[in-house]
Design a protein around this ligand. Structure first.
Ligand code: 5AD
Ligand code: SF4
Length: 437
């Protein structure tokens, strides 16, 4: 197989995969390859997600589709599987799908070398879990959009009984303070106005006795950086320092993704969540006391083994009590090697469908209510891209809502906007005309 000259990276799953995918593209570019569309590239990197079975199966159907389209054009691109499926299944992927390269999320700095090895005719597999090794080998950030991701923490020690992350991303590990500040400065130089700090347990980040709130206060001082966000947090790592930062740090946006997963204490215990319904609600009270306008987001799993209708009703009740600005909800998916996969009383598919529908109806209702309540507010919008209509631009509010408006502002600008209407998935805004004093 000739060495590829063009590449395409396709990322699935979480924001950390988006970050990793961008870093892989930067590595390949630094190695002399040129970015191309999926349909033209000599090398296709599938940066995969293992969190639910559907996400995993998608990889195999994607490989089949890519090969079929390429074959019709007389091509046979090199295929690399990266990300969490690569980590979890390793050599099995080569056996099942005959791909050329398999590289895990902690080893992708070796991607260029693995691609060369594959071009020389050997399948190459690297699923080392050497945490942090990759970061020192990645090129400096050069060009990014106005809103950029920055991985500060990886892995998980919490071992929720449903979850593969401790196995695919390894143990909790924090990048050092100075390396993060450096990368943040490089991102701002490369065009970022907003940085979202990423970690599977981002609020467990810790370096030399500093916590995430210290990092946030340091990043707040970078000239040109207008907004900070972080995701995903665990309720048990929500320190008072971090809560205080939501009160004090102006660049820290009033938005918090704080998954609760379920509303029943019995289910939370079986999930090994180590917080209760009540401790979660009391935590939210403290966060809201520090930052009353904070928009809350969450993740929910319905149909965890043994979940009864009454226990599911407790989840609905919790949703009512919180009033989420947005949230994600999933049917429980048994994952190989996790304790919950072999628990008794797996919930029937019909009950799953019914519960998911009811939960999503409640979450949609609350999202609508939150957006409707924003109408009449004036706030800065970070312009991120062009809209479909002439002169229309799309951006985000401090509360992470999508806002569309007609403006002469360009990508990366912050404009003051009156929110005038809540549409189903976004808000309409009108730019404030500044009257000279
Ligand atoms: N089944 C369904 N959803 C899951 N999640 C994690 N593991 C599973 C699973 N086995 C959800 C959780 C988590 C989000 C990223 O994915 O809600 O917060
Ligand atoms: Fe999916 Fe989790 Fe891996 Fe992200 S870390 S890609 S959510 S399995």
């Amino acid at each position: 197989m000739p060495a590829p000259k063009t590449f395409h990276v396709k990322s699935f799953g979480c924001q950390m995969n988006v970050y990793d995918g961008e870093r892989m593209a930067e590595l390949m570019t630094a190695d002399g390859l040129v970015a191309a569309d999926a349909g033209d590239a000599d090398l296709v990197v599938l940066n995969t997600c293992h969190i639910r079975e559907k996400a995993t199966e998608k990889v195999y159907s994607d490989i089949g589709r890519i090969r079929k389209v390429a074959r019709a054009q007389g091509r046979a691109p090199m295929i690399a599987v990266a990300g969490c499926v690569a980590q979890a299944e390793g050599p099995e992927i080569v056996a099942r799908a005959k791909v050329d390269v398999v590289v895990g999320p902690q080893a992708y700095h070796n991607l260029p070398a693995l691609v060369r090895q594959a071009a020389a005719g050997e399948h190459s597999i690297d699923t080392d879990l050497l945490a942090l090794a990759k970061f020192a080998k990645l090129p400096r950030r050069r060009r990014v959009g106005p809103s950029a991701f920055l991985t500060v923490q990886e892995g998980c020690d919490k071992f929720c009984t449903y979850c593969v992350v401790p196995y695919t991303r390894g143990a909790e590990i924090s990048r050092p303070f100075a390396a993060i500040v450096d990368e943040a400065k490089a991102l701002v130089d490369a065009g970022a106005r907003e940085i979202t700090l990423l970690g599977q347990n981002v609020n467990a980040w810790e370096s030399d006795g500093h916590g995430l709130h210290d990092l946030i206060r340091a990043l707040d001082r970078i000239p040109g950086l207008a907004r900070l966000r972080y995701t995903t947090s665990h309720p048990n790592d929500m320190s008072q320092g971090l809560i205080d930062a939501h009160r004090d740090v102006e660049t820290l946006m009033p938005f918090l993704h704080l998954p609760v997963q379920a509303g029943s204490d019995r289910v939370l215990r079986a999930m090994n969540r180590s917080h209760t319904r009540d401790s979660y609600l009391r935590l939210l009270d403290r966060i809201r006391a520090a930052r009353p306008d904070i928009a809350l987001s969450g993740d929910f799993i319905i149909g965890f083994p043994g979940e009864t209708e009454a226990e599911f009703a407790e989840t609905l009740g919790l949703v009512d009590a919180v009033g989420y600005a947005q949230a994600f909800s999933f049917k429980y998916s048994p994952r190989p090697g996790t304790p919950a996969a072999t628990m008794a009383d797996q919930v029937a598919p019909e009950a799953m469908d019914d519960r998911l529908q009811r939960l999503q109806a409640a979450l949609n209702r609350d999202q609508q209510a939150f957006n409707t309540a924003s109408v009449g507010r004036t706030c800065p919008i970070l312009i991120e891209r062009q809209g479909k209509l002439p002169g229309q631009m799309l951006g985000k509010s401090p509360w992470l809502q999508s806002v569309h408006l007609t403006t002469a502002a360009t990508i990366g600008d912050l404009v003051d906007v009156d929110l005038i209407r809540a549409d189903p998935n976004s808000l309409a805004g009108v730019e404030r005309v500044r009257v000279a004093a």
